[in-house]
Design a protein around this ligand. Structure first.
Ligand code: NAP
Length: 278
């Protein structure tokens, strides 16, 4: 056993609020199944600087970072990798040789989930949204040889993002005129509690072969239900969520995570919540 596995693996989630996060459940299940000593704690953070210093001082192996700290945390870290810099957001902190490094696994989570159902090379992919998740999606899709198009409600944001990544831009109001291989929703439209909303009129969906949502709560959004009715293949954000967590686990431990078990606990918990409408 190497030195790094002699001490317990301490991990944390940094966010606010964090009550509904599935990361503690998912990572705790992975640690348990691999019989690793350690724990994944949920920190409801009000002072971000102090939380980051605690990681350093108390020898945490790493952390997940979620809303609203994905951008702000960058200022408190020692190093940022290229992905974090290009995406402009950190969802993962790794504590290695005394330094806190920031990276982003959202793009990898999305790619791994998509790769299970489609090739991406040369595919025309409409990405809805211009926030942090859309940025992660564009980074990953371009790295994989996809041909993304940015579609956003607010023109200024969308056009700026499209120019930065060298893609075409269209306003959301024109979605009905667009066609492509894949449509990816990277907006929060349709997430609980606003589950009756979809970012795209149903009539526009049949022009796509595959429709993917980054939202995982609910697992099947209105967008995905309407896409199925239109004959499209669909992919829930749950797969992306599990894969971004699995990528974090690899970075923190150097071990292959039990992805099937992680998916199982996340799915069970989402089904439980959907049954209770929480
Ligand atoms: P964000 O930075 O706040 O970006 C929001 C984007 O959505 C903006 O482009 C905004 O358009 C658009 N938008 C918001 N409300 C809209 C509406 N009513 N109609 C049309 N467009 C609207 O959000 P984010 O951090 O990227 O997160 C987006 C979603 O991704 C969240 O639901 C989050 O939970 C999910 N997510 C999932 C995973 C996963 O692992 N599955 C990982 C990360 C994030 P404007 O520019 O016009 O305001």
């Amino acid at each position: 056993m190497t030195d790094q596995f002699r001490s317990p693996i301490l991990l944390a989630l940094i966010g606010h609020p964090i009550g509904h996060s599935l990361s503690p459940l998912m990572h705790s299940a992975a640690l348990k199944l691999l019989r690793l000593a350690g724990r994944y704690e949920a920190w409801d953070v009000s002072d971000l600087k102090q939380a980051v210093e605690k990681l350093r001082r108390e020898g945490y192996r790493g952390a997940s970072v979620t809303i609203p700290f994905k951008r702000d945390v960058m200022a408190f870290l020692d190093d940022l990798d290229d992905q974090a810099r290009r995406i402009g957001a950190v969802n993962t902190v790794i504590h290695r040789e005394g330094r806190l490094q920031g990276t982003n696994t959202d793009w990898e989570g999305l790619l791994r989930a998509l790769r299970k159902v489609t090739d991406l090379f040369g595919k025309r992919i409409v990405v809805l949204g211009a926030g942090g998740t859309a940025r992660a999606a564009l980074y990953g899709l371009l790295a994989e040889g996809g041909v993304p198009v940015v579609v956003n409600r607010t023109e200024k944001q969308g056009r700026g993002l499209a120019e930065e990544f060298g893609c075409p831009f269209y306003p959301l109001a024109e979605i009905g005129d667009l066609a492509g291989d894949i449509l990816i929703n990277a907006t929060p439209v349709g997430m609980v509690p606003e589950i009756d909303f979809s970012p795209v009129p149903a009539a526009a969906l049949r022009r796509f072969r595959l429709v993917a949502d980054v939202i995982y709560n609910p697992m099947k959004t209105r967008l995905l239900r309407e896409a199925e009715e239109a004959g499209c293949a669909v992919l829930s954000g749950m797969d992306m969520f599990v894969e971004q967590g699995a990528a974090q686990f690899r970075l923190w431990t150097g071990l292959e995570p039990p992805v099937d078990r992680m998916r199982q606990v996340v799915k069970q918990e989402l089904e439980r919540r959907e049954g209770k409408q929480v």
